[in-house]
Design a protein around this ligand. Structure first.
Ligand code: ZN
Length: 358
């Protein structure tokens, strides 16, 4: 009885193998007869163990022999198909969707920077850039932070090697050229671009300055030795804090895509007077208090203030004629709030598991 079954199976399988026209249908046949799960012959082989020993001795070898025979027949047919149509791999399925090629994408910091640029452009701000290697003059002196001013301690600085500049320095001392004798450093903030821009442009204007800055300090979850800032500067005859408040509230509402309350607190930066810290109402809890805002309901997001008269003077403006506001925000800080990222070091870790989430 079982032997008959095997015999029928053999006839049917060989007939179908012979008739198959391509690799795909051949593969389907292989699965149908020899497939590990539910192949016709496999099923018979599986029932062998339940048979009485006498029958097992007869059917076992016959079934195994059939398996070998069929495998051989499949191999033979595959060879035939390949030689008759050598260009096509037999497992080619032209209806299968193509392999997706991994395409690179923008870093979360670039995404946020682009968004900030777009918002300020829509508010009629121009985007300006400046050098990362900066002079002591633009990074400090022109921003009302003269040498030996205690405020310099607010920025731990990477100074650049002097050797190549020493000779120039001597010449410039003789010729009394201003600024050239400055020591070089990696800019500690984007504020030097304020002075550079004012030296070459006349108000009224409004600009933002996105860029990389450097601090010589220990890293932790909220500090990195290099990070990105976006500086802002608006100067005109009668620019006031009210203008600042409007621009900044509008900016944060567009950035976080809902109307957010802001709060201004008095603070100190040498290049502004008065100086301010700007808080936005916590975008996660809406001010009720949560782990993101450390239960305070507010997030510190930017330093700002009205441009100090000494900064106008350093840029050869007359401070009696002009007023302006300036602000600076940390790009990482904004991205951390926007995407709920717990550690600033993740941005520079090069860890694809992090990067691929954006
Ligand atoms: Zn909160």
């Amino acid at each position: 009885m079982k032997l008959d079954e095997l015999d029928n199976l053999k006839k049917q399988a060989l007939k179908e193998i012979l008739a198959s026209k391509d690799g795909k249908s051949l593969e389907n046949l292989r699965v149908k007869f020899l497939g590990r799960k539910g192949g016709e012959l496999t099923k018979i082989l599986r029932t062998l163990k339940d048979l009485p020993i006498v029958e097992k001795r007869k059917i076992g070898p016959a079934a195994n022999a059939l398996r070998e025979e069929l495998e051989q027949a499949f191999k033979q047919k595959l060879k035939e198909l390949l030689t008759s149509n050598p260009q096509l791999p037999t497992n080619l399925d032209i209806t299968m969707p193509g392999k997706k090629i991994a395409v690179g994408h923008l870093h979360p910091l670039t995404l946020v920077e682009n968004e900030i640029r777009e918002i300020f452009k829509a508010l009629n701000f121009s985007v300006v850039e400046g050098p990362e290697a900066e002079t002591e003059h633009y990074n400090f002196d022109a921003l009302n932070i003269p040498k030996d001013h205690p405020a310099r301690d607010m920025w731990d600085t990477f100074w650049l090697k002097q050797e190549t500049r020493d000779k120039k320095q001597e010449t410039s001392k003789k010729n009394n050229t201003p600024h050239v004798a400055d020591r070089l450093l990696l800019r500690t903030h984007t504020s030097p671009v304020q002075v550079r821009y004012m030296e070459t442009h006349q108000p009224p204007f409004q600009i933002i300055v996105p860029g990389r800055v450097f601090r010589y300090e220990a890293t932790d979850a909220s500090h990195e030795i290099n990070f990105y800032q976006v500086e802002g500067l608006m100067v005109g005859k009668d620019i006031t804090l009210a203008n600042f408040k409007y621009v900044i509230q509008e900016f944060f509402s567009r950035l976080f895509k809902k109307t957010v309350a802001i709060r201004l607190r008095p603070s100190y930066f040498p290049f502004v007077e008065p100086g301010l810290e700007v808080d936005v109402q916590c975008v996660k809890c809406g001010g009720k208090g949560c782990n993101v805002c450390k239960e305070s309901g507010w997030l510190e997001v930017m330093g700002a203030g009205m441009v100090h008269p000494n900064v106008f003077e350093a840029a050869h403006y007359n401070p009696r004629d002009l007023q302006g506001f300036a602000f600076g925000l940390g790009l990482e800080r904004i991205a951390m709030i926007k995407y709920n990222i717990p550690d600033i070091r993740l941005f520079y870790s090069g860890d694809l598991r992090f990067i691929k989430q954006f």
